[in-house]
Design a protein around this ligand. Structure first.
Ligand code: FES
Length: 177
């Protein structure tokens, strides 16, 4: 047997070993990498895009002061984690008719402090820089450049469903973030 055929055989064996090794590495490695990177290719944070049940409409009285209610998401997902009962903020609800109500975000449009309702003066007030808003949420005075942000509500089977939305701080234009 010549030296040439011996070195050919060795080269062939090396090639076969490399191909086998590569195949085994791919067979084991690809599923592992896919499992580890799984959330990377998906939408991993699920926000509360579905309307949130805020309870019966009858908890509100027509003509009464606005009522502050907490807005709580049943579940928020982030990668592999799921967190239940997440408090997103609060909203002021006002009953406008027998079958309807409005909702205003309690996040001040100026720098996001939590606004309050002053029942004596019948206006909303921000404790941080004293922006004032009338009962419908329109800006009266203060550094906020716009009125309070309205939140969409629907009434179904006598219950209030609110779609939680955050808006960009500052500015006169309302931009969802
Ligand atoms: S944060 Fe409300 S007025 Fe500044």
């Amino acid at each position: 047997m010549s030296d040439d055929s011996g070195s050919d055989r060795r080269a062939m064996l090396r090639l076969t070993a490399c191909a086998l090794g590569g195949g085994i590495a791919a067979a084991v490695g690809v599923p592992v990498v896919r499992m580890l990177a799984d959330p990377a290719s998906k939408i991993t944070v699920t926000g509360p895009s579905a309307p949130i049940d805020l309870g019966p409409l009858d908890r509100l009285k027509i003509g009464a002061d606005p009522v502050s209610v907490p807005v709580v998401a049943k579940e928020i997902r982030d990668g592999w984690n799921a967190v239940q009962q997440v408090v997103l903020g609060s909203a002021y609800l006002t009953r406008t008719s027998a079958g309807d109500c409005t909702a205003l975000s309690s996040v001040c449009p100026h720098l996001a402090c939590t606004i309050g309702w002053d029942p004596g003066k019948r206006h909303y007030v921000c404790p941080c820089h004293e922006s004032l808003f009338d009962p419908s949420g329109e800006r009266v005075t203060g550094p906020s450049e716009r009125g309070l942000d309205p939140l969409p509500v629907t009434i179904k089977d006598g219950r209030i469903y609110l779609t939680w939305t955050r808006y960009r701080m500052g500015g006169s234009k309302r931009e969802p973030v």
